[in-house]
Design a protein around this ligand. Structure first.
Ligand SMILES: *Cc1c(COP(=O)(O)O)cnc(C)c1O
Length: 426
């Protein structure tokens, strides 16, 4: 495929936008080459600026679970836009989407809308700190909760108890309140809690991890976290920005039957517009301003266009009893097909999958945490990425990303994808 116009557009972008992109994952740093500029998209397909058609497995990193330019969402936005795009005053549609979300998700009474997943997680942690009166948080290596300071922490050398900043600009002061644990390692979490008695406000986790590839929680892991939190007056925050309204109507809480204290949303909940949200039971949510002392605000929060898109999306998902099964079946079909052609070409791999999230790791060992995810062969991944792209299949340009399956994909699309994989490696 030819990317002449994309290259020209990227060169122009690089002059006025750092790295030519407004979010680093869009750059092709990990795989090399020039990011593809998209012109438009419909259903399961992207149409790029050079006239290529691509089967899309990123889907805006999750929101387009029913395909691009999904008509009910598009129409809802158009109709709303004609009536004014922002007021900074309450609107009825905010209550409508809140009622719907509260009815779909277990264990929440109230929800507050923000503008991104980052904001949702940042605000959830502030709320947890305000509510518990404690400062420290536990996060897991390889889990992403947006780019606010407390979350940009990874294990420094020998840093078992204290995180060290891994982005310049995050202060040591902030970093010391973020404790880092290994995903799927309950003993590790327990040790951190015991070493920081009565200091930990919350544990925040992607309850099915999706930012180091797709990593399911091992049996009993989420239940174990729930018990540890209960025993130590710690709030459990499920960051369901990726999994919410994707893995089930009620997200991971429903799928695995474990209750969180605060749940964060983003991606699907906005139907492709900039929306995030966090939700909890009354006693916690009533701690937020203007009812309570924890401050959180937003000029464009609950924006009518964003709420219209989100409401159309959630309404469709809520009314389609089969959608999550259908998505899981398509993903399983893809999983089996890819595994078969990788096996037949003797390519060492592990495929992880939960519902409509799937990731291919080029390593034989089970991928259960950041360390095992990082072992994948990046050279094989680059070959895979560019080989797939050449055949019109667009997967995320990083081995650490989940593929997001959309219901717009047909079985013919999946067969083409599996055949493309075979062509790459045969
Ligand atoms: C995408 C994501 C975020 C951040 O959301 P933004 O809207 O990009 O700020 C937070 N948590 C998880 C689990 C995510 O996948």
């Amino acid at each position: 495929m030819i990317y002449k116009r994309s290259s020209t557009l990227f060169a122009a972008a690089e002059k006025v936008i750092p790295g030519g992109v407004n979010s680093p994952v869009r750059a092709f740093k990990a795989v090399g080459g020039t990011p593809i500029f998209v012109k438009e998209a419909k259903g399961a397909y992207l149409y790029d600026e050079d006239g290529n058609t691509l089967i899309d497995y990123i889907n805006s990193w999750g929101p387009m679970i029913l395909g691009h330019a999904f008509e009910p969402v598009v129409n809802a936005v158009i109709e709303k836009a004609k009536k004014g795009t922002s007021f900074g005053m309450p609107t009825e549609i905010e209550t409508e989407i809140a009622e719907l979300a509260v009815s779909m998700v277990p264990n929440i009474d109230k929800i507050r809308f923000v503008n991104s997943g980052t904001e949702a997680c940042m605000s959830a942690v502030r709320l947890a700190r305000g509510y518990t009166g404690k400062d420290k948080i536990i996060k897991f290596a390889g889990c992403y909760h947006g780019h606010s300071d407390s979350f940009l922490i990874q294990a420094g050398s020998g840093a078992v108890t204290f995180g060290s900043p891994n982005s310049p600009g995050v202060t040591e002061g902030t970093a010391k309140d973020t404790l880092l644990a290994n995903y799927n390692d309950l003993a590790n979490v327990e040790a951190l809690i015991n070493a920081n008695k009565n200091e930990i406000a919350c544990i925040i986790i992607e309850p099915v991890a999706g930012n180091m590839g797709c990593i399911p929680p091992l049996d009993g892991f989420l239940q174990g976290l729930r018990s540890l939190c209960d025993a130590n007056d710690i709030l459990l925050i499920f960051d369901e920005v990726m999994t919410g309204f994707r893995l089930a109507k009620g997200g991971v809480q429903e799928l695995y039957g474990v209750d969180a204290d605060i749940v964060c949303f983003g991606k699907v909940i906005g139907g492709g517009l900039p929306v995030g949200a966090f939700a909890a039971r009354n006693e916690i949510m009533n701690y937020l301003a203007p009812l309570g002392p924890v401050y959180q605000a937003g000029t464009l929060s609950g924006n009518p266009l964003a709420m219209a898109a989100g409401l159309a999306m959630l309404t469709t998902l809520n009314n389609d009893a089969e959608v999550f099964n259908r998505l899981a079946e398509k993903t399983e079909y893809l999983h089996k097909g890819l595994a078969k052609v990788l096996d037949s070409n003797n390519i060492t791999h592990t495929i992880n999958r939960v519902g409509s999230m799937i990731s291919v790791h080029f390593d034989a060992e089970p991928v259960v945490d950041f360390k095992t995810a990082a072992k994948g062969n990046n050279e094989t991944f680059k070959t895979f990425f560019h080989g797939m792209l050449n055949q019109g299949v667009y997967i995320a340009p990083s081995a650490f990303e989940t593929w997001f399956i959309t219901d717009a994909l047909t079985y013919e699309d999946l067969d083409r994808t599996i055949e493309a994989c075979n062509t790459v490696f045969k």
